[in-house]
Design a protein around this ligand. Structure first.
Ligand SMILES: Cc1ncc(COP(=O)(O)O)c(C=O)c1O
Length: 464
Protein backbone atom coordinates (compact mmCIF):
# COMPACT_ATOMS: atom_id res chain seq x y z
CA UNK A 1 0.00 0.00 0.00
CA UNK A 2 1.46 3.36 -0.94
CA UNK A 3 -1.47 5.72 -0.62
CA UNK A 4 -4.99 5.71 0.64
CA UNK A 5 -8.08 7.78 1.30
CA UNK A 6 -9.25 8.28 4.82
CA UNK A 7 -12.69 9.66 5.58
CA UNK A 8 -12.58 12.60 8.03
CA UNK A 9 -16.07 13.70 7.26
CA UNK A 10 -14.40 14.84 4.05
CA UNK A 11 -11.90 12.70 2.16
CA UNK A 12 -8.23 13.14 2.97
CA UNK A 13 -5.60 11.72 0.74
CA UNK A 14 -2.73 10.22 2.77
CA UNK A 15 0.48 9.26 1.08
CA UNK A 16 1.76 6.27 3.07
CA UNK A 17 4.88 5.82 1.00
CA UNK A 18 6.33 2.37 1.05
CA UNK A 19 9.72 1.86 2.61
CA UNK A 20 9.22 3.99 5.72
CA UNK A 21 7.24 1.50 7.73
CA UNK A 22 3.53 1.90 8.24
CA UNK A 23 3.68 3.76 11.50
CA UNK A 24 6.35 6.22 10.35
CA UNK A 25 4.53 6.66 7.05
CA UNK A 26 1.20 7.40 8.68
CA UNK A 27 2.79 9.76 11.22
CA UNK A 28 4.53 11.73 8.50
CA UNK A 29 1.43 11.81 6.28
CA UNK A 30 -0.69 13.22 9.13
CA UNK A 31 2.04 15.67 10.16
CA UNK A 32 2.30 16.94 6.60
CA UNK A 33 -1.50 17.28 6.34
CA UNK A 34 -1.59 19.36 9.56
CA UNK A 35 1.45 21.45 8.62
CA UNK A 36 0.20 22.26 5.12
CA UNK A 37 -3.29 23.10 6.34
CA UNK A 38 -4.95 20.29 4.41
CA UNK A 39 -6.19 19.29 7.85
CA UNK A 40 -7.44 22.53 9.37
CA UNK A 41 -6.74 23.39 13.02
CA UNK A 42 -9.54 22.04 15.18
CA UNK A 43 -10.44 19.21 12.80
CA UNK A 44 -11.52 16.15 14.73
CA UNK A 45 -9.68 13.03 13.60
CA UNK A 46 -11.48 9.72 13.37
CA UNK A 47 -11.03 7.27 16.21
CA UNK A 48 -7.97 5.05 15.91
CA UNK A 49 -10.32 2.12 15.37
CA UNK A 50 -12.15 3.64 12.38
CA UNK A 51 -9.02 5.11 10.75
CA UNK A 52 -7.32 1.73 11.10
CA UNK A 53 -10.33 0.11 9.43
CA UNK A 54 -10.28 2.77 6.65
CA UNK A 55 -6.63 2.22 5.95
CA UNK A 56 -6.64 -1.53 6.53
CA UNK A 57 -3.92 -1.40 9.18
CA UNK A 58 -3.65 -2.38 12.84
CA UNK A 59 -5.39 -0.10 15.36
CA UNK A 60 -2.20 0.08 17.44
CA UNK A 61 -0.28 1.55 14.52
CA UNK A 62 -2.77 4.44 14.33
CA UNK A 63 -2.83 4.90 18.12
CA UNK A 64 0.99 5.13 18.20
CA UNK A 65 1.06 7.61 15.33
CA UNK A 66 -1.54 9.78 17.12
CA UNK A 67 0.43 9.60 20.38
CA UNK A 68 3.62 10.70 18.64
CA UNK A 69 1.89 13.68 17.00
CA UNK A 70 0.29 14.69 20.30
CA UNK A 71 3.75 14.62 21.86
CA UNK A 72 5.07 16.82 19.07
CA UNK A 73 2.17 19.25 19.48
CA UNK A 74 0.55 18.69 16.09
CA UNK A 75 -2.50 17.03 17.65
CA UNK A 76 -4.35 17.37 20.94
CA UNK A 77 -6.12 14.55 22.72
CA UNK A 78 -8.75 15.29 25.32
CA UNK A 79 -11.12 12.99 27.10
CA UNK A 80 -14.55 13.46 25.60
CA UNK A 81 -13.53 15.58 22.61
CA UNK A 82 -11.33 13.07 20.83
CA UNK A 83 -8.15 13.75 18.90
CA UNK A 84 -7.99 17.07 17.05
CA UNK A 85 -5.52 19.04 14.97
CA UNK A 86 -3.85 21.52 17.33
CA UNK A 87 -4.29 25.27 16.91
CA UNK A 88 -0.55 25.89 16.58
CA UNK A 89 -0.50 23.58 13.58
CA UNK A 90 -2.06 26.38 11.50
CA UNK A 91 0.25 26.89 8.56
CA UNK A 92 2.17 30.11 8.28
CA UNK A 93 1.22 32.27 5.33
CA UNK A 94 3.92 32.34 2.66
CA UNK A 95 5.65 35.70 2.26
CA UNK A 96 3.71 38.01 -0.05
CA UNK A 97 4.78 37.58 -3.66
CA UNK A 98 6.30 40.51 -5.51
CA UNK A 99 3.56 42.68 -6.94
CA UNK A 100 2.97 42.55 -10.64
CA UNK A 101 2.79 45.97 -12.28
CA UNK A 102 -0.80 46.32 -13.30
CA UNK A 103 -3.02 49.37 -13.73
CA UNK A 104 -5.69 48.12 -11.34
CA UNK A 105 -3.14 47.72 -8.53
CA UNK A 106 -1.33 50.99 -8.73
CA UNK A 107 -2.87 52.37 -5.61
CA UNK A 108 -4.47 55.54 -7.05
CA UNK A 109 -8.19 55.93 -6.39
CA UNK A 110 -8.89 56.87 -10.00
CA UNK A 111 -7.46 55.31 -13.12
CA UNK A 112 -7.40 56.29 -16.77
CA UNK A 113 -4.66 53.81 -17.60
CA UNK A 114 -5.62 52.37 -21.00
CA UNK A 115 -6.06 48.66 -21.61
CA UNK A 116 -9.21 47.79 -19.74
CA UNK A 117 -12.92 47.98 -20.44
CA UNK A 118 -15.31 49.07 -17.68
CA UNK A 119 -15.34 45.85 -15.67
CA UNK A 120 -18.62 46.87 -14.07
CA UNK A 121 -20.18 46.56 -17.52
CA UNK A 122 -19.61 42.82 -17.72
CA UNK A 123 -22.99 41.34 -18.75
CA UNK A 124 -23.31 39.02 -15.76
CA UNK A 125 -26.97 38.07 -16.21
CA UNK A 126 -26.75 37.49 -19.96
CA UNK A 127 -23.49 35.54 -19.56
CA UNK A 128 -25.05 33.42 -16.84
CA UNK A 129 -28.04 32.48 -18.98
CA UNK A 130 -25.77 31.71 -21.93
CA UNK A 131 -23.65 29.55 -19.60
CA UNK A 132 -26.77 27.74 -18.38
CA UNK A 133 -27.95 27.03 -21.91
CA UNK A 134 -24.44 26.02 -23.01
CA UNK A 135 -24.07 23.66 -20.07
CA UNK A 136 -27.49 22.12 -20.66
CA UNK A 137 -26.76 21.48 -24.32
CA UNK A 138 -23.09 20.52 -24.02
CA UNK A 139 -22.35 17.05 -25.39
CA UNK A 140 -20.66 14.73 -22.90
CA UNK A 141 -17.46 14.74 -24.92
CA UNK A 142 -17.07 18.46 -24.18
CA UNK A 143 -16.15 17.48 -20.61
CA UNK A 144 -13.32 15.29 -21.80
CA UNK A 145 -9.78 15.87 -23.08
CA UNK A 146 -9.89 17.39 -26.52
CA UNK A 147 -7.72 16.12 -29.32
CA UNK A 148 -8.35 19.29 -31.35
CA UNK A 149 -5.83 22.04 -30.61
CA UNK A 150 -8.09 24.58 -32.33
CA UNK A 151 -10.70 24.53 -29.55
CA UNK A 152 -14.44 23.89 -29.52
CA UNK A 153 -16.06 23.73 -32.99
CA UNK A 154 -19.19 25.53 -31.74
CA UNK A 155 -17.19 28.68 -30.93
CA UNK A 156 -15.13 28.50 -34.11
CA UNK A 157 -18.40 28.26 -36.07
CA UNK A 158 -19.97 31.17 -34.20
CA UNK A 159 -16.87 33.35 -34.64
CA UNK A 160 -16.72 32.60 -38.35
CA UNK A 161 -20.15 34.12 -38.87
CA UNK A 162 -19.58 37.01 -36.50
CA UNK A 163 -16.16 38.01 -37.85
CA UNK A 164 -17.34 37.88 -41.47
CA UNK A 165 -20.41 39.98 -40.66
CA UNK A 166 -18.95 42.50 -38.22
CA UNK A 167 -15.29 42.76 -39.23
CA UNK A 168 -15.10 41.66 -42.87
CA UNK A 169 -12.81 38.75 -42.02
CA UNK A 170 -12.54 35.76 -44.38
CA UNK A 171 -12.86 33.08 -41.79
CA UNK A 172 -13.38 29.35 -41.87
CA UNK A 173 -14.03 27.34 -38.69
CA UNK A 174 -11.25 24.95 -39.69
CA UNK A 175 -8.70 27.78 -39.63
CA UNK A 176 -9.72 29.44 -36.38
CA UNK A 177 -7.51 28.66 -33.41
CA UNK A 178 -8.86 29.60 -29.99
CA UNK A 179 -6.33 30.97 -27.52
CA UNK A 180 -6.08 32.43 -24.03
CA UNK A 181 -6.21 36.01 -25.28
CA UNK A 182 -4.08 37.94 -27.73
CA UNK A 183 -0.82 37.53 -25.81
CA UNK A 184 -1.11 33.77 -25.99
CA UNK A 185 -1.69 33.90 -29.75
CA UNK A 186 1.23 36.31 -30.20
CA UNK A 187 3.52 34.00 -28.23
CA UNK A 188 2.54 31.05 -30.42
CA UNK A 189 3.11 33.01 -33.61
CA UNK A 190 6.50 34.21 -32.35
CA UNK A 191 7.52 30.57 -31.90
CA UNK A 192 6.27 29.72 -35.39
CA UNK A 193 8.31 32.61 -36.83
CA UNK A 194 11.42 31.52 -34.96
CA UNK A 195 10.94 27.96 -36.23
CA UNK A 196 10.83 29.49 -39.72
CA UNK A 197 14.17 31.12 -38.91
CA UNK A 198 12.76 34.65 -38.84
CA UNK A 199 15.02 36.78 -36.63
CA UNK A 200 13.52 40.20 -36.95
CA UNK A 201 10.01 41.59 -37.22
CA UNK A 202 8.55 45.06 -37.53
CA UNK A 203 6.31 46.61 -34.90
CA UNK A 204 4.68 50.01 -34.61
CA UNK A 205 6.94 52.70 -33.14
CA UNK A 206 4.29 53.28 -30.48
CA UNK A 207 3.03 49.98 -29.08
CA UNK A 208 2.64 47.99 -25.87
CA UNK A 209 5.93 47.10 -24.21
CA UNK A 210 4.55 43.73 -23.02
CA UNK A 211 4.06 42.70 -26.65
CA UNK A 212 7.52 43.92 -27.65
CA UNK A 213 9.08 42.14 -24.70
CA UNK A 214 7.24 38.94 -25.45
CA UNK A 215 8.65 38.95 -28.98
CA UNK A 216 12.14 39.70 -27.68
CA UNK A 217 11.93 36.81 -25.20
CA UNK A 218 10.94 34.53 -28.07
CA UNK A 219 14.18 35.54 -29.80
CA UNK A 220 12.80 38.08 -32.28
CA UNK A 221 14.40 41.51 -32.66
CA UNK A 222 11.79 44.22 -33.20
CA UNK A 223 12.28 47.01 -35.70
CA UNK A 224 9.98 49.99 -35.14
CA UNK A 225 7.98 51.62 -37.93
CA UNK A 226 7.16 55.31 -37.86
CA UNK A 227 3.62 56.19 -36.77
CA UNK A 228 1.68 59.31 -37.78
CA UNK A 229 -1.90 60.44 -38.34
CA UNK A 230 -2.34 57.78 -41.05
CA UNK A 231 -1.22 54.93 -38.81
CA UNK A 232 2.00 52.94 -39.11
CA UNK A 233 4.27 53.95 -41.98
CA UNK A 234 4.07 50.62 -43.77
CA UNK A 235 6.12 52.01 -46.68
CA UNK A 236 9.17 51.60 -44.40
CA UNK A 237 8.84 47.79 -44.46
CA UNK A 238 11.75 46.04 -46.12
CA UNK A 239 12.78 42.48 -46.88
CA UNK A 240 14.93 42.50 -43.74
CA UNK A 241 11.94 41.69 -41.55
CA UNK A 242 9.95 38.47 -41.81
CA UNK A 243 6.73 39.73 -40.24
CA UNK A 244 4.97 42.84 -39.01
CA UNK A 245 2.61 43.37 -36.08
CA UNK A 246 -0.01 46.07 -36.71
CA UNK A 247 -3.15 47.53 -35.13
CA UNK A 248 -4.79 48.70 -38.39
CA UNK A 249 -8.32 49.52 -37.21
CA UNK A 250 -7.18 51.71 -34.31
CA UNK A 251 -3.47 52.18 -33.83
CA UNK A 252 -2.50 51.48 -30.25
CA UNK A 253 -2.06 53.91 -28.64
CA UNK A 254 -2.24 56.89 -31.05
CA UNK A 255 -5.69 55.94 -32.35
CA UNK A 256 -5.16 56.43 -36.10
CA UNK A 257 -6.85 54.11 -38.61
CA UNK A 258 -4.42 52.71 -41.17
CA UNK A 259 -5.23 54.45 -44.48
CA UNK A 260 -6.20 52.44 -47.59
CA UNK A 261 -2.88 53.34 -49.29
CA UNK A 262 -0.90 52.02 -46.31
CA UNK A 263 -3.04 48.90 -46.13
CA UNK A 264 -2.26 48.27 -49.78
CA UNK A 265 1.45 48.88 -49.09
CA UNK A 266 1.61 46.30 -46.32
CA UNK A 267 -0.15 43.68 -48.44
CA UNK A 268 2.23 44.42 -51.35
CA UNK A 269 5.18 44.03 -48.98
CA UNK A 270 3.85 40.67 -47.77
CA UNK A 271 3.32 39.43 -51.33
CA UNK A 272 6.71 40.46 -52.62
CA UNK A 273 8.78 39.35 -49.64
CA UNK A 274 6.72 36.37 -48.39
CA UNK A 275 6.40 38.18 -45.04
CA UNK A 276 3.56 37.61 -42.62
CA UNK A 277 1.21 40.30 -41.28
CA UNK A 278 -0.14 39.92 -37.74
CA UNK A 279 -3.30 42.02 -37.38
CA UNK A 280 -4.16 42.89 -33.78
CA UNK A 281 -7.88 43.81 -33.89
CA UNK A 282 -8.12 44.41 -30.15
CA UNK A 283 -10.97 46.93 -30.07
CA UNK A 284 -12.46 46.77 -33.58
CA UNK A 285 -16.01 46.47 -32.17
CA UNK A 286 -15.90 49.99 -30.79
CA UNK A 287 -16.18 52.36 -33.72
CA UNK A 288 -18.16 55.55 -33.17
CA UNK A 289 -18.22 57.29 -36.53
CA UNK A 290 -20.20 55.99 -39.46
CA UNK A 291 -17.23 54.87 -41.51
CA UNK A 292 -16.65 51.23 -40.64
CA UNK A 293 -13.01 50.17 -40.69
CA UNK A 294 -12.92 46.52 -41.67
CA UNK A 295 -10.13 44.09 -40.99
CA UNK A 296 -6.98 44.20 -43.10
CA UNK A 297 -7.15 40.40 -43.28
CA UNK A 298 -9.94 40.68 -45.89
CA UNK A 299 -7.35 42.08 -48.34
CA UNK A 300 -5.21 38.96 -48.27
CA UNK A 301 -6.30 36.07 -46.03
CA UNK A 302 -3.28 34.07 -47.20
CA UNK A 303 -0.78 36.49 -45.70
CA UNK A 304 -2.56 38.10 -42.80
CA UNK A 305 -3.16 36.38 -39.47
CA UNK A 306 -6.20 37.99 -37.86
CA UNK A 307 -6.06 38.17 -34.05
CA UNK A 308 -9.12 38.99 -31.97
CA UNK A 309 -9.83 39.05 -28.25
CA UNK A 310 -12.71 39.25 -25.79
CA UNK A 311 -10.58 41.41 -23.48
CA UNK A 312 -12.06 44.73 -24.62
CA UNK A 313 -15.54 43.66 -25.73
CA UNK A 314 -16.22 41.51 -22.62
CA UNK A 315 -13.46 41.25 -20.02
CA UNK A 316 -9.71 40.52 -19.91
CA UNK A 317 -10.29 38.06 -17.06
CA UNK A 318 -12.01 35.66 -19.44
CA UNK A 319 -8.68 35.08 -21.18
CA UNK A 320 -10.32 34.32 -24.49
CA UNK A 321 -8.94 35.18 -27.88
CA UNK A 322 -8.87 33.76 -31.39
CA UNK A 323 -6.78 33.82 -34.51
CA UNK A 324 -7.80 33.22 -38.09
CA UNK A 325 -4.78 31.52 -39.57
CA UNK A 326 -3.83 31.42 -43.28
CA UNK A 327 -4.11 27.88 -44.71
CA UNK A 328 -0.34 27.58 -45.19
CA UNK A 329 0.35 28.33 -41.53
CA UNK A 330 -2.22 26.24 -39.69
CA UNK A 331 -0.17 23.07 -39.22
CA UNK A 332 2.79 25.05 -37.88
CA UNK A 333 0.60 26.93 -35.41
CA UNK A 334 -1.01 23.72 -34.19
CA UNK A 335 2.36 21.98 -33.93
CA UNK A 336 3.68 24.78 -31.72
CA UNK A 337 0.49 24.91 -29.70
CA UNK A 338 0.75 21.20 -29.15
CA UNK A 339 -1.17 19.03 -26.79
CA UNK A 340 0.47 20.51 -23.73
CA UNK A 341 -0.93 23.94 -24.49
CA UNK A 342 -4.66 23.62 -24.04
CA UNK A 343 -6.61 26.83 -24.08
CA UNK A 344 -9.50 28.22 -22.10
CA UNK A 345 -12.10 25.92 -20.58
CA UNK A 346 -14.44 24.18 -23.03
CA UNK A 347 -17.39 25.45 -20.98
CA UNK A 348 -16.30 29.08 -21.40
CA UNK A 349 -15.85 28.45 -25.10
CA UNK A 350 -19.34 26.95 -25.35
CA UNK A 351 -20.76 29.86 -23.36
CA UNK A 352 -19.16 32.42 -25.66
CA UNK A 353 -20.46 30.49 -28.68
CA UNK A 354 -23.98 30.61 -27.23
CA UNK A 355 -23.51 34.28 -26.27
CA UNK A 356 -22.64 35.14 -29.88
CA UNK A 357 -25.24 33.02 -31.68
CA UNK A 358 -28.08 34.15 -29.40
CA UNK A 359 -27.38 37.79 -30.28
CA UNK A 360 -26.33 38.68 -26.72
CA UNK A 361 -22.81 39.63 -27.85
CA UNK A 362 -24.14 42.17 -30.37
CA UNK A 363 -26.54 43.60 -27.77
CA UNK A 364 -23.74 43.89 -25.21
CA UNK A 365 -21.33 45.53 -27.65
CA UNK A 366 -24.03 47.99 -28.76
CA UNK A 367 -24.78 48.91 -25.15
CA UNK A 368 -21.11 49.37 -24.26
CA UNK A 369 -20.50 51.35 -27.43
CA UNK A 370 -23.15 53.85 -26.31
CA UNK A 371 -21.65 54.02 -22.82
CA UNK A 372 -18.10 54.63 -24.11
CA UNK A 373 -19.28 57.06 -26.75
CA UNK A 374 -21.02 59.11 -24.09
CA UNK A 375 -17.83 59.18 -22.02
CA UNK A 376 -15.75 60.12 -25.03
CA UNK A 377 -18.10 63.02 -25.79
CA UNK A 378 -17.95 64.18 -22.17
CA UNK A 379 -14.16 63.96 -22.21
CA UNK A 380 -13.92 66.04 -25.37
CA UNK A 381 -16.43 68.57 -24.05
CA UNK A 382 -14.68 68.86 -20.67
CA UNK A 383 -11.31 69.55 -22.26
CA UNK A 384 -12.48 71.74 -25.16
CA UNK A 385 -10.15 74.65 -25.71
CA UNK A 386 -7.55 73.29 -23.27
CA UNK A 387 -5.84 70.37 -25.05
CA UNK A 388 -6.18 68.71 -28.45
CA UNK A 389 -7.88 65.32 -28.18
CA UNK A 390 -7.23 62.78 -30.95
CA UNK A 391 -7.75 59.10 -31.74
CA UNK A 392 -11.38 59.38 -30.73
CA UNK A 393 -13.17 57.76 -33.66
CA UNK A 394 -12.87 54.34 -32.09
CA UNK A 395 -11.77 52.30 -29.10
CA UNK A 396 -11.65 53.00 -25.40
CA UNK A 397 -8.82 55.51 -25.21
CA UNK A 398 -7.85 58.92 -26.57
CA UNK A 399 -4.63 60.89 -26.85
CA UNK A 400 -4.40 64.36 -25.25
CA UNK A 401 -1.55 66.43 -26.66
CA UNK A 402 0.33 68.52 -24.11
CA UNK A 403 2.68 71.48 -24.39
CA UNK A 404 6.23 70.34 -25.24
CA UNK A 405 8.22 69.13 -22.25
CA UNK A 406 5.27 68.83 -19.85
CA UNK A 407 4.30 65.13 -20.09
CA UNK A 408 6.15 64.01 -16.97
CA UNK A 409 4.95 66.86 -14.85
CA UNK A 410 1.33 66.31 -15.92
CA UNK A 411 1.54 62.58 -15.07
CA UNK A 412 2.95 63.64 -11.70
CA UNK A 413 0.26 66.24 -11.12
CA UNK A 414 -2.37 63.57 -11.99
CA UNK A 415 -0.81 61.39 -9.28
CA UNK A 416 -1.34 64.28 -6.82
CA UNK A 417 -5.00 64.23 -7.86
CA UNK A 418 -4.99 60.50 -6.97
CA UNK A 419 -5.30 59.66 -10.66
CA UNK A 420 -3.22 57.03 -12.49
CA UNK A 421 -2.60 57.93 -16.11
CA UNK A 422 0.13 57.15 -18.62
CA UNK A 423 2.17 59.38 -20.86
CA UNK A 424 2.57 58.56 -24.55
CA UNK A 425 6.32 58.09 -24.08
CA UNK A 426 5.61 54.91 -22.05
CA UNK A 427 4.56 53.27 -25.34
CA UNK A 428 7.48 54.46 -27.44
CA UNK A 429 9.78 51.78 -28.84
CA UNK A 430 13.30 52.63 -27.61
CA UNK A 431 14.63 52.43 -31.17
CA UNK A 432 11.84 54.44 -32.79
CA UNK A 433 12.70 57.43 -34.96
CA UNK A 434 9.68 59.51 -34.04
CA UNK A 435 9.32 63.25 -33.56
CA UNK A 436 9.07 64.27 -29.89
CA UNK A 437 5.47 64.30 -28.71
CA UNK A 438 4.23 65.05 -25.20
CA UNK A 439 0.82 63.54 -24.61
CA UNK A 440 -1.36 61.48 -22.30
CA UNK A 441 -3.01 58.23 -23.34
CA UNK A 442 -6.36 58.34 -21.59
CA UNK A 443 -8.23 55.07 -21.17
CA UNK A 444 -11.73 56.43 -20.70
CA UNK A 445 -13.13 52.88 -20.75
CA UNK A 446 -11.32 51.97 -17.54
CA UNK A 447 -13.34 53.67 -14.74
CA UNK A 448 -16.59 52.25 -13.47
CA UNK A 449 -19.68 54.30 -14.26
CA UNK A 450 -19.80 55.62 -10.70
CA UNK A 451 -16.14 56.70 -10.79
CA UNK A 452 -16.32 58.33 -14.19
CA UNK A 453 -17.34 61.86 -13.19
CA UNK A 454 -14.78 62.27 -10.35
CA UNK A 455 -12.12 60.70 -12.58
CA UNK A 456 -12.82 63.26 -15.28
CA UNK A 457 -12.66 65.97 -12.63
CA UNK A 458 -9.26 64.74 -11.43
CA UNK A 459 -7.96 64.71 -15.00
CA UNK A 460 -9.19 68.21 -15.63
CA UNK A 461 -7.51 69.43 -12.44
CA UNK A 462 -4.20 67.79 -13.45
CA UNK A 463 -3.98 69.40 -16.88
CA UNK A 464 -2.04 72.63 -17.41
C1 LIG B 1 -2.95 46.75 -28.32
C2 LIG B 1 -3.63 45.63 -27.59
N1 LIG B 1 -3.65 44.43 -28.14
C3 LIG B 1 -4.25 43.37 -27.53
C4 LIG B 1 -4.83 43.52 -26.29
C5 LIG B 1 -5.53 42.34 -25.66
O1 LIG B 1 -4.69 41.46 -25.08
P1 LIG B 1 -5.26 40.11 -24.41
O2 LIG B 1 -6.25 39.51 -25.36
O3 LIG B 1 -4.06 39.26 -24.23
O4 LIG B 1 -5.90 40.49 -23.12
C6 LIG B 1 -4.80 44.75 -25.67
C7 LIG B 1 -5.40 44.90 -24.33
O5 LIG B 1 -5.15 45.81 -23.61
C8 LIG B 1 -4.18 45.83 -26.32
O6 LIG B 1 -4.15 47.05 -25.76
Amino acid sequence: MTESWATFGADLHLDLSAGRGLRAGLTEALREAARSGRLAAGTRLPSSRSLAADLGIARNTVAEAYAELVAEGWLTARQGSGTRVAERARPRKPAAAARVRHPARRGASYSLVPGSPDLGGFPRAAWLSAARRALTDAPNEAFGYSADGRGRPELREALTGYLARARGVYADPDRIVLCSGFVHALGLLARVLRARRVREMAVEGYCLDIHRNLLARAGLRTRPLGVDAEGARTGELTGAVGAVLLTPAHQFPTGAALTPARRAAVVDWARTTGGLVLEDDYDGEFRYDRQPVGALQGLDPDRVVYLGTASKSLAPGLRMGWMVVPPGLLDEVLAVKGMSDWTSSALDQLTLAEFITSGAYDRHVRGMRLRYRRRRDELVAALAGRVAVSGIAAGLHAVLDLPAGTERSVVQSAAWQDLAVEGLSAFRHPGADLPPRDALVVGYGTPSDSAWTPTLGALSAALP
